[in-house]
Design a protein around this ligand. Structure first.
Ligand code: SF4
Length: 210
């Protein structure tokens, strides 16, 4: 993992580098003090990809589910955390989900917070999320247009560019990783489309460190 081994207590600070899908899961986890299975899998494996060890993951989830006693947590949830680290059952060492997998599989139902906001949020809800991240009207329209064309990962890539450009105070075209091809205005030919939530995180993390 790019950030080295991270501690349960680092996750809130590192949220600033997360893509919208994971930020949403994190915020809803903090709000509800709970996450349903689909969200625990998507977010838990992402955190694993960030460098959260099994030991720290157990601490993170137990503290997050603060309404539960340690006994209730151990009885109902600890197995699943260990399982996703390959320590139970068939001992499969699960890897974090790619964007394609999040977009195509297991669409969220009512009360679920997993999925991809660009794919699964309503347009008004997505607009509100973008506004909350200081994306201006022009870029918001551009992102929504890409969503309407079903280019969800390209929409996420555009979101990365405009938000990270603002964070480091440069123009989006100069964001390292060259996420846009300004000559053609096309991102589709580019190899630099966001393919994985952990890629988004790592690029953002490295950009801010540089
Ligand atoms: Fe997350 Fe990928 Fe969707 Fe971006 S495109 S919000 S990283 S699932």
């Amino acid at each position: 993992a790019i950030a080295g081994e991270i501690q349960a207590s680092d996750v809130d600070t590192l949220k600033v580098h997360m893509p919208l899908c994971m930020e949403h899961l994190h915020d809803e986890l903090r709000r509800e003090k709970h996450t349903r299975h689909g969200g625990r899998m998507q977010y838990g494996l992402f955190l694993k990809g960030m460098g959260l060890s099994l030991e720290q993951a157990l601490i993170f989830w137990q503290m997050a589910f603060e309404k539960l006693t340690p006994e209730q947590f151990n009885k109902n949830y600890a197995y699943n955390v260990r399982h996703s680290y390959g320590m139970e059952g068939k001992r499969t060492d699960y890897t974090p989900y790619s964007c394609k997998s999040i977009i195509m599989n297991n669409a969220p139902g009512p009360g679920d917070h997993h999925g991809c906001p660009f794919r699964h949020f309503s347009a008004p809800n997505l607009r509100a999320q973008l506004a909350a991240h200081q994306v201006d009207e022009f870029d918001t329209d551009d992102i929504i247009h890409k969503v309407q064309q079903r280019h969800y990962q390209i929409a996420c890539t555009r979101y990365y560019e405009v938000t990270r450009a603002k964070m480091v105070g440069i123009s989006p075209e100069n964001i390292k990783g060259g996420l846009s091809d300004s000559a053609t205005g096309s991102l589709i030919a580019s190899q630099e489309v966001i393919e994985h939530p952990n890629q988004f995180f790592e690029q953002s993390y490295l950009l801010m460190k540089s």
